[in-house]
Ligand binder design. Structure first.
Ligand SMILES: Cc1cc2nc3c(=O)[nH]c(=O)nc-3n(C[C@H](O)[C@H](O)[C@H](O)COP(=O)(O)OP(=O)(O)OC[C@H]3O[C@@H](n4cnc5c(N)ncnc54)[C@H](O)[C@@H]3O)c2cc1C
Length: 440
């Protein structure tokens, strides 16, 4: 098996690593690689920061191990290798009446990555996170042994693996429960929202299975928090229109493209595309769940220095004042991008380091320019003092102190990870930066 020395980064492209990467296609090759050099596994590196990076070390790219292994059309239980993407699953099984019960905002996330970050979707408030639909996982430990874990078998190791950032072994494959769907389309209601308070009330009042808010993060004063709320259900009627082909950004965009003025104007125009009275539309699932995937490599719009994302969850009681302070800071920084999202989250699942808990989650992309770290520190502090936490899948600038203060199961997680990986061969840049395995 060949290793390739290369430069690589996460989706935000703000932190670049140099290291060796192997891309096994078969289990035999992977076992050989792990026997030579036990190393952390990555998927499509759709995490924004350094979760899927190992500077100066080795890493295993799992994307070629992407075969479906078995499917039961009666129960919707699918077994697949870890490199299969969420989009592969949706495309193959939605026409047969089954689709992933939880999907993140990109179809490029792999099964291994969805487990490693215990991803959440637009239905977390109703259906929980990805781990709730995983029946079992086959793990390859750094000592070369294979082990099946699940909610009923090796439960402690299962709970450390769901949201465990790859620290308990390489996920080889998993058995997941798909959800039934009447069609591969969504019935969507879109409406304008004028203020942050109105947003929070609308989320609380909504009984839609799927809901997501786009926020104009450049708006200030009495327009702060304005945006568009999308509420959706699976459509009973299939869509007739074919899915539009995707385009791509073949170059690093010039800085003028995301200047504060351009972003402000874009945001105004984007909000106005929804009529004041709202609208009801039927959309293909793919367009509803993965709107950004239609533009390949859209991350290059931020230019060579890339961008960071700040995503946190704030408990419901303090959500409005805290989010107001955050949005005020972000708007004043002049660095906000057109991409800011607000979602309602439900209760925490079983994953020891899973991000989602009851409350509101705000995610904002911020250009990597000037003193971004200072802005992130202030946002992190606000989040922490409100009893919230930051999402590791999106993080590149968070602190070890904030992580340990906001993830109460960290000591239990460390114990399990250290038993499986005593040599810390599976550590990544993010795990070292946030001291998730403790200091050496
Ligand atoms: C446009 C966009 C929208 C997004 N929207 C959402 C969203 O709505 N909700 C959400 O929760 N997330 C969202 N994300 C984040 C994304 O879903 C997660 O970062 C996901 O983990 C990416 O999957 P990946 O396969 O690229 O994993 P990677 O980024 O490559 O890896 C993620 C983690 O999983 C571990 N891992 C990956 N594969 C394996 C394996 N086989 N064995 C062991 N460990 C492994 C890695 O070590 C790493 O710690 C979004 C990302 C993008 C780019």
């Amino acid at each position: 098996m060949r290793w390739k020395e290369t430069d690589y980064s996460g989706w935000g492209r703000a932190i670049v690593s140099r290291g060796r990467i192997a891309r096994p296609e078969k289990l035999r090759d992977l076992m050989q690689v792990m026997a030579e050099t036990p190393a952390p596994a990555f998927g499509n590196r759709r995490s924004y920061g350094d979760a899927a990076q190992n500077t100066g070390g080795s890493a295993i790219d799992m994307t070629r191990m992407n075969r479906f292994l078995g499917f039961d059309p009666e129960t919707g239980i699918l077994e697949a290798e870890a490199g299969v993407t969420i989009l592969d699953i949706m495309r193959n099984f939605a026409p047969r009446g089954w689709f992933p019960a939880v999907m993140p905002g990109t179809g490029f996330a792999t099964l291994g990555g969805c487990i490693g970050n215990d991803v959440h979707g637009k239905n977390h408030h109703i259906d929980g996170s990805f781990g709730a639909y995983v029946d079992s996982i086959e793990l390859l430990k750094p000592d070369g042994t294979r082990l099946r874990v699940g909610p009923k078998r090796n439960k402690a190791l299962f709970n450390a693996t769901v949201g465990g950032l790859g620290q308990t072994g390489v996920i080889l494959s998993a058995r997941i429960r798909l959800a039934p769907c009447a069609s591969a389309a969504m019935q969507v209601r879109e409406r304008r929202i004028d203020t942050l308070g109105e947003f929070i009330e609308a989320f609380d009042a909504s009984d839609a299975q799927y809901s997501v808010g786009w926020i104009d993060a450049t708006a200030t004063g009495n327009q702060l928090g304005r945006g568009i709320l999308e509420e959706a259900e699976i459509s009973e009627t299939p869509v007739a229109s074919p899915i539009k082909r995707s385009t791509s950004i073949p170059f690093d965009a010039p800085s003028i493209l995301l200047s504060p003025l351009v972003v402000r104007l874009f945001n105004q125009a984007y909000r106005s595309r929804v009529p004041a009275s709202g609208r009801d539309i039927v959309r293909p699932m793919q367009t509803f769940f993965f709107p950004l995937d239609r533009v390949h490599e859209w991350n290059r719009l931020y230019g060579k220095s890339g961008f960071h994302q700040f995503q946190c969850v704030i408990p419901p009681t303090d959500a409005e004042p805290v989010l107001r302070q955050m949005l005020t800071l972000i708007a004043a920084s002049g660095r906000a991008s057109p991409l800011a999202v607000l979602k309602r989250l439900g209760p925490q699942g079983g994953g020891l380091l899973s991000f989602p808990h009851e409350g509101f989650t705000l995610a904002v992309d911020i250009r990597n320019r000037g003193n971004v770290a200072d802005l992130f520190r202030k946002l992190e502090q606000l989040c922490l003092s409100a009893g919230g936490r930051v999402y590791a899948a999106k993080d590149s600038l968070g602190s070890a102190e904030a992580f340990s203060a906001s993830y109460p199961n960290l000591p239990a997680f460390r114990k399990i990870a250290d038993q499986v990986d005593p040599g810390r061969d599976l550590e990544t840049d993010l795990v070292r930066r946030l001291e998730i395995r403790g200091r050496k």
